[in-house]
Design a protein around this ligand. Structure first.
Ligand code: 2AM
Ligand code: CA
Length: 287
């Protein structure tokens, strides 16, 4: 859709070269505004509940059920807000599953609380993740860590931003020996433990350091921000990745599955980084 004529000096400037202007907010699109409002609203209850979890840590019952309720509550808020703003769109949600919309070409892909284990343990590293698919293509993404108040957003063709003002760019590093690489370690009861140990043992000999945050959405957003040089993980769900993939791509990054194709959502595995890193890490962990 054609953009309206830019009026303010900021708009003219950003329209012209899309550069980050220090201290100024980027004018977000209506779509990003809708997603941001929904995420911020859900974040308020998540933050309140996170405070409670920290108290519950010491109780005998344990906070697992409480966290699951927090998760559902946040998802309901996001669903309600997005549904109000775009009543025709469909949904794919971690808790609520698939909800068909009258508009078959648009679908929200939502994880209301990515990093559940962190949340449960009082570790302030979790995020709300909202992606939008149009005709099977990922076109917008939001990842919000409400504790750090870091909002990562991107829309296809319009760049990726942190807190609506800092333009995101993947790290340029090419030397694998200098790379800080994020990954996910399969939990108890999940498949792939021996395979993961093999991958880790190969990767740890070659890269500068390995990190594990416990939130795939944040791993992708942080790789988009150039904090991690690369990220790989297996056995993920579409809602763990959808938003982060758009943010990565709009930050100039490459995202593939472990075979090097773009079937990440279907296959459930992912490698993200700049082109050099993705190739190098793929050779190490999938070669
Ligand atoms: P979650 O916190 O919403 O469960 C951690 O490596 C990443 O894997 C997180 O993004 C986590 O999302 C995701 N994940 C997907 N399926 C999972 C599962 N069955 N158990 C734990 N983490 C899972
Ligand atoms: Ca998740």
């Amino acid at each position: 859709m054609a953009r309206q004529t830019a009026h303010t000096p900021l708009e003219r400037e950003t329209h012209k070269n899309r550069q980050f202007i220090p201290g100024h907010l980027m004018p977000a699109s209506a779509l990003i505004n809708v997603m941001t409002q929904a995420a911020r609203k859900a974040a308020r209850t998540l933050v309140r509940d996170f405070g409670e979890v920290e108290q519950l840590q010491v109780s005998i019952k344990g906070p697992a059920n409480f966290v699951s309720a927090a998760d559902h509550k946040a998802e309901e808020i996001i669903f309600r807000e997005l549904n109000k703003a775009r009543p025709q769109y469909g949904f794919l949600m971690e808790e609520g599953g698939e909800v068909e919309g009258a508009d078959k070409s648009h679908r929200w892909i939502i994880d209301p609380l990515d990093g559940t284990t962190n949340f449960l343990h009082g570790i302030p590293m979790f995020a709300i993740s909202i992606g939008l698919e149009r005709d099977g293509q990922l076109v917008a993404g939001l990842v919000y860590n409400p504790i750090a108040d870091e909002l990562f957003t991107a829309e296809k063709g319009k760049g990726a931003f942190l807190n609506e003002k800092r333009r995101l760019r993947v790290a340029a590093r090419k030397t694998i020996g200098d790379a800080v690489v994020a990954t996910g370690i399969p939990h108890r009861g999940r498949p792939g433990h021996p395979g993961f140990i093999k991958e880790m043992s190969t990767a740890m000999k070659e890269v500068a350091g390995i990190r594990r945050t416990g939130s795939a959405a944040l791993d992708l957003a942080w790789t988009a921000a150039g904090r991690f040089d690369c990220y790989w993980e297996r056995n993920l769900k579409p809602w763990d990745m959808a938003a982060g993939i758009v943010i990565m791509r709009e930050a100039g990054g490459i995202v593939t599955d472990l075979q090097g194709t773009d079937k990440m959502l279907a296959k459930g595995d992912v490698i993200a980084g700049n082109g050099h890193m993705v190739k190098a890490i793929r050779n190490l962990v999938a070669g």
